[in-house]
Design a protein around this ligand. Structure first.
Ligand SMILES: Nc1ncnc2c1ncn2[C@@H]1O[C@H](COP(=O)(O)OP(=O)(O)O)[C@@H](O)[C@H]1O
Ligand SMILES: [Mg+2]
Length: 244
């Protein structure tokens, strides 16, 4: 049994079929990347998995259990945490307080919640910034805080929505290392990412979306050589290179 099973997932917004009959699985301890052009439906698929949106059709199962109708906090309590592409930390609260909002769910004792929050900040490399208001963090630090808030809920499956976008190469490499380390301690990862080097080095399998549909799936090597993928996605770069 897969850890996460998405089957026939569909979601429409007015005239836009954002996700169309999408199926994929994530195994225990796996790293799966969801890639595709802007507007392909990746974030919508995440929102359906994590309980932020109700799908029009299809099913999401986590450890065999159907998630239909569960609110985000209930999905989170089962062991799925997500980061947000548009980050919304509480800017006036300190970094450690922001993470405590996440750790209090599993550790109602505030001292225990704070200890857990500090451990997570240590893991993501933000321990030295614990007392700073979240609003004062740099972009790279906010990405780490977003990771810390998700990790603070002690998930078995972590959904990462473009945690590397806008970072420098060095910062990206560090986040790749961090995500790899998180995975090695047993947390499965479903990753939306445009930074292809990061996808290729982290993912064991890649699912490619275009116009809400899965157009390819495979290992990084298989997907990189798939003509449909090159046309729909990687093709943008190739087309640019071929232009006169
Ligand atoms: N809340 C919403 N209301 C209306 N349209 C939406 C909403 N969220 C996403 N969409 C549309 O659904 C499509 C998929 O969006 P999204 O899932 O954000 O794609 P991606 O994350 O792959 O860039 C896009 O056409 C987008 O404009
Ligand atoms: Mg998105």
């Amino acid at each position: 049994m897969s850890l996460l099973e998405v089957r026939g997932l569909s979601k429409r917004f007015g005239g836009v079929q954002a996700v169309a009959d999408l199926s994929f699985t994530v195994d225990e301890g796996d790293v799966v990347a969801l890639i595709g052009p802007n507007g392909a439906g990746k974030t919508t698929a995440f929102a359906c998995v994590a309980g932020f949106l109700a799908p029009d059709a299809g099913e999401v199962r986590f450890r065999g259990r159907a998630l239909r109708g569960l609110a985000p906090h209930a999905v989170n309590a089962l062991g799925i945490a997500r980061t947000f592409q548009i980050m919304r930390p509480f800017p006036r609260l300190s970094v450690v307080r922001n993470v405590m909002i996440a750790t209090l769910g599993r550790h109602p004792d505030p001292r225990e919640a704070e200890a857990r929050a500090r451990a997570v900040l240590d893991e993501v490399g933000l321990a030295a910034r614990a007392a700073v208001p979240a609003g004062a963090l740099t972009l790279a630090e906010r990405k780490r805080l977003e990771l810390a808030r998700a990790l603070g809920t002690e998930p078995a499956l972590l959904l990462l929505d473009e945690v590397m976008s806008g970072l420098t190469e060095t910062e990206t490499e560090r986040i790749v290392g961090l995500v790899g380390a998180i995975n090695r301690r047993g947390i499965a990862i479903l990753l939306i990412e445009h930074v292809m080097r990061a996808v290729m080095s982290l993912a064991r399998r890649i699912v490619v979306l275009d116009h809400g549909e899965r157009i390819a799936e495979g290992t990084p090597a298989e997907v990189a050589g798939d003509p449909r993928v090159i046309e729909a996605y990687l093709g943008e770069e190739h087309a640019g290179a071929a232009a006169p």
